[in-house]
Design a binder for this molecule. Structure first.
Ligand SMILES: [Zn+2]
Length: 254
């Protein structure tokens, strides 16, 4: 079985020069599926283009909290129209990011509007939470969406609250960084096999051993290897679980 990388950003400007070359290259790797996640309205069409060009590519559309100030007032109309595409299988990434300075009220409003849309369309969401764990979980408990908590590295008790409302959790190469992998490892060990996803978040977050380089989806195999070692199972078992779970949460039938 080939692995599902549940969160990539091939729409990112870091791939402007060789996006389609690098996507083409994935056919020669262990990656069988990607979910290209979204940050803002300006990249909606690039993501749709990736989904149309590659059988193995699926996408999400949505507004990342870091881009709320650049988001046009009528973004919801654009989102509702473009999200009808059959290969757009989730809404996001959405959430709260208190690491940067975007106004919290605006972040919360756009987060909640997207959660409403997900309810209306019965679609899964992809959640971004950076330094905003308590506010994010309170909003998730209020709206009870289905979906994925992506690259989460907060406290285990908040992870458990997310699991309790049915969320899946995705892990990336943060697990390989000795300076800050304690929190994600603690969460990984508490995540049931039927809720665990694997991602790279590429071009960001390359494996520690090549930390200054651009990350690509096939570096998700490094995450597989770390998880297999930490949890004492085979790499094939990890690939099978992470892929089955991604297909289930994004409701892809193949
Ligand atoms: Zn992302």
């Amino acid at each position: 079985m080939k692995l599902f990388d549940s969160h990539v950003h091939y729409e990112d400007a870091q791939f402007d020069k060789d996006r389609y070359e690098r996507l083409e290259h994935l056919k020669n790797t262990n990656i069988g599926y990607i979910l290209n996640c979204c940050s803002d309205v300006d990249v909606f069409d690039t993501i749709l283009d990736i989904c149309e060009k590659y059988d193995f590519a699926y996408g999400s559309l949505g507004i990342h909290p870091h881009w709320v100030l650049e988001t046009p007032d009528h973004y919801m109309d654009i989102l509702k129209a473009k999200i009808q595409h059959p290969k757009i299988v989730a809404i996001g990434e959405m959430g709260l990011d208190y690491f940067w300075d975007e106004p919290k009220d605006l972040q919360k409003r756009i987060f909640k509007e997207q959660l409403e849309l997900a309810k209306e369309l019965n679609m899964p969401v992809i959640i971004h939470d950076r330094d905003a764990h308590e506010d994010v979980i309170e909003i998730l408990e209020e709206y009870q969406p289905k979906g994925v908590l992506h690259r989460y590295s907060g406290p285990v008790d908040i992870l458990k609250r997310a699991l309790a409302i049915g969320m899946y959790v995705s892990y990336n190469n943060d697990l390989s960084y000795p300076d800050w992998n304690a929190a994600p490892i603690a969460c990984l060990m508490e995540t049931p096999w039927d809720r665990l996803l694997i991602e790279t978040d590429c071009p960001y977050a390359a494996p520690f051993e090549m930390k200054d380089e651009r990350c690509e989806a096939y570096h998700a195999m490094n995450v597989v290897s770390i998880i297999a070692k930490l949890r004492g199972v085979s790499e094939d078992f990890v690939i099978e679980k992470a892929t089955e779970n991604a297909l289930r949460v994004y409701e892809i039938n193949r």
